[in-house]
Design a protein around this ligand. Structure first.
Ligand code: GDP
Length: 330
């Protein structure tokens, strides 16, 4: 059986990818950090097939030990400080984990063997946030980077160091430049989930207001379940490479709010929404829209879930969850 090692296993993508790889017959190892990590306990209950291995992206020896134990064929580096807003207040931590963490993982692979004579294949979770103040629209693999947050800067370092290790040491190391991808497992701090959860709660009478930052920014939102398949496809290619993974469509935050409220049959959504500067960011990414042509051509990858289906999936999930928690019959 092929063996996969995933960092960030307790996050949204880690969970989707673990399920996907398990379904394809992989032995799945997931790295977890810290002592008595509540997310790890929950993951183990929900996905008993994953073997958890201790390790921390800030600690190179722990990465070496984890790889020596798991002996993986494929390493997926999804671990990061992933919330852009938090990266402004914890910039050094973000640089260390989201940026230098990639370098440490590549070094760990080299140490346990991952050069030309070693078959370990590596996937790096690069990000559309690297495009930031976009230089061209839509964004492709060749669009120059102009990150707008410590998170974006750290991801640029991670991306560039993957290219460098590929070129320097012949490693099979690939990067997926993933545009925003969402779903019912998305953390509540991200805008899609914050909005779908609020729409559900307002519908159920559990909440009366939704406090937002900018409504003007535009994102290319896809479904996380579709996107993890692209990660795997990249590692099945003979040659490593970089791929934009996106839907090719963009929507504003306002569209998102309107669509989520429409799902719960509330038309006058403006009556419930207030904007507060505390959710504004020091620098904003105004417009993201990716061109996934290369992924389609070389990987045969296409998104299956579109924007309206994605928002419906999330709102339906949140309605059921909130109703269950509040003992409300739907
Ligand atoms: P990001 O693209 O990785 O930053 O993903 P997010 O889901 O965190 O944010 C997407 C966009 O929504 C950004 O332009 C945010 O500024 C904007 N936004 C507006 N209001 C909010 C809010 O209340 N929370 C979050 N997370 N983002 C918001």
């Amino acid at each position: 059986m092929p063996r996969a090692f995933i960092t960030g296993i307790t996050g949204q993508d880690g969970q989707h990818l673990a399920e996907f790889l398990h379904g394809r017959g992989y032995d799945v190892y997931g790295m977890v950090k810290g002592q008595n990590n509540p997310k790890a306990t929950k993951l183990q209950e929900e996905m008993p097939f994953v073997e958890l291995v201790p390790g921390d992206l800030a600690d190179l020896p722990s990465l070496v030990a984890a790889l020596q134990y798991a002996q993986p064929d494929e390493v997926y580096n999804l671990g990061a400080i992933s919330f852009v807003a938090l990266s402004f207040s914890q910039a050094e931590l973000t640089a260390n984990i989201t940026g230098l963490g990639v370098l440490r993982m590549l070094e760990a692979i080299r140490m346990v063997g991952g050069g030309e004579n070693n078959p370990i294949r590596f996937y790096q979770a690069s990000s559309s946030e690297m495009f930031g103040k976009v230089r061209e629209t839509p964004q492709t693999e060749l669009t120059p980077f102009h990150p707008r947050s410590p998170y974006g800067c750290a991801k640029v370092f991670g991306h560039d160091i993957v290219v460098n290790y590929r070129e320097s040491y012949g490693m099979h190391a690939s990067s997926g430049i993933l545009f925003n991808h969402e779903g019912p497992r998305r953390g509540m701090e991200f805008v899609t989930r914050k909005v779908t959860n609020a729409a559900a709660r307002i519908k159920l009478g559990l909440q009366h207001e939704l406090v937002m930052g900018t409504l003007d920014a535009k994102r290319d939102w896809g479904y996380a379940g579709d996107y993890v398949k692209a990660m795997w496809l990249m590692l099945q290619q003979d040659e490593p490479g970089d791929y934009v993974i996106a839907t090719g469509q963009t929507h504003s935050i306002e569209d998102l709010v309107e669509r989520a409220f429409a799902e719960v049959e509330i038309e006058n959504w403006r009556d419930y929404v207030r904007q507060d500067p505390k959710f504004y960011r020091p620098a904003e990414v105004d417009l993201l829209i990716g061109d996934p042509s290369k992924a389609k051509e070389k990987l045969g990858w296409e998104r299956e879930v579109d924007f309206p289906e994605l928002i419906k999936m999330m709102v339906d999930h949140d309605l059921k969850r909130e109703a269950r928690r509040a003992n409300i019959e739907l």
